[in-house]
Design a protein around this ligand. Structure first.
Ligand code: HEC
Length: 134
């Protein structure tokens, strides 16, 4: 195969690969790299496992789109853990609390909107991983 053909194959491969990840807001490689970095930087891992183990807070794998019982202003609600819920849980942990963990505290993190979005993508990606491993 000559050089030009190789180059063309590369371009085709990358456009397909990028096209697929474009559905997400952040490219997949980006989340895979930045997600764990932020997760470590902000100490999320100190309280949340990503493999279902109980540390202090709830494990963060397998929660995306699950029904979660929360307490907000003293009232119990059942919510779906969609993007919006996850992001709110990260940027404003006091807004509502997971019922089962209502006596535990998640500290407020000074985190940018973009970083919160990446962490949400990271949590969702954890879930895809667990599902495909089943
Ligand atoms: C000191 C421990 C601690 C740290 C650090 C911490 N959390 Fe939490 N987190 C908790 C506890 C406890 C809860 C459950 C109570 C609540 O909802 O406030 C929780 C709840 C959550 C939830 C909702 C989970 C669910 O099952 O509905 C998400 C999402 C979350 N944390 C993400 C994060 C991320 C991302 C970070 C890092 C930026 C982080 N947390 C840092 C303790 C922590």
């Amino acid at each position: 195969m000559n050089q030009i053909n190789k180059l063309l194959l590369c371009i085709i491969f990358f456009s397909i690969a990028c096209g697929k990840t474009d559905q997400n807001k952040h490219a997949k490689e980006d989340i895979l790299k930045k997600g764990p970095e932020l997760y470590a930087k902000y100490g999320c891992a100190v309280c949340h496992s990503t493999d279902g183990k109980e540390i202090y807070g709830p494990p963060l794998n397998g929660i995306y789109m699950k029904e979660i019982k929360v307490v907000r202003n003293g009232k119990e609600l059942i919510l779906t853990a969609d993007r919006e819920y996850l992001k709110k849980a990260i940027v404003d942990p006091r807004f509502e609390k997971v019922l089962e963990y209502k006596n535990k505290e998640m500290p407020l993190t000074q985190i940018s909107d973009e970083e919160a979005e990446i962490l949400v993508d990271y949590i969702i990606a954890l879930d895809n991983k667990t599902q495909s491993e089943k």
